[in-house]
Design a protein. Structure first.
Length: 184
């Protein structure tokens, strides 16, 4: 098994640690793997029977994700989308049962994510913080969360998991949240 296949098989640890939230009870809509890259997280969910939409700006990444999905024998939807295009909310409102975001930050999209999830929808979000440059890329502050910023974006939501700090293997500075959108 080459590195390409290993990555397809192993989802991010945050997803693995809390996958039961997405698989034990049927969600009220599909899960959107936002800025999915090669789609390894969404494809992993699809192998567990979860309806998944993989969204990314890169046609090349989506083509790679399609190949991975075919190898795994799962059916997922593909959405070629520029999430940073000016002009409103690119996400369909009140549609998704869950949203996954890993290693991506575009602050104008944060309110859109909240609107896109159905009531009681689940959000998994992990990305780098301002402490990341000591460990490597990214360095641009536009792509780095300030301390406490992620949890502030989802204040009032039911927090299932929250972490902010330094993680190992590889060493990186991240903020993570798994939370449920309020019923009302």
């Amino acid at each position: 098994m080459d590195d390409h296949d290993k990555k397809a098989f192993y989802p991010d640890a945050l997803l693995l640690d809390h996958i039961s939230i997405l698989t034990e009870e049927p969600l009220k809509g599909p899960v959107l793997d936002l800025a999915c890259g090669d789609g390894h997280n969404g494809i992993f969910l699809a192998t567990r029977g979860v309806p998944v939409i993989l969204g990314d700006v890169s046609a090349t990444a989506l083509k790679e994700a399609k190949t991975r999905a075919e190898k795994k024998g799962v059916n997922v939807q593909f959405w070629h989308v520029d999430l940073e295009k000016n002009g409103g909310n690119p996400l369909q409102e009140d549609f998704y049962g869950g949203i996954l975001v890993f290693r991506y930050l575009h602050r104008p999209l944060m309110p859109c994510i909240g609107k896109a999830l159905k009531r009681q929808g689940i959000l998994f979000y992990e990305t780098y913080t301002v402490d990341q440059p000591q460990f490597g890329k990214p360095h641009n502050p536009h792509f780095l969360l300030k301390h406490g910023e992620l949890v502030r974006w989802f204040a009032g939501w039911s927090i299932i998991h929250h972490f902010e700090g330094i993680m190992d293997r590889p060493k990186r500075a991240v903020a993570q949240i798994v939370c449920r959108k309020p019923a009302e």
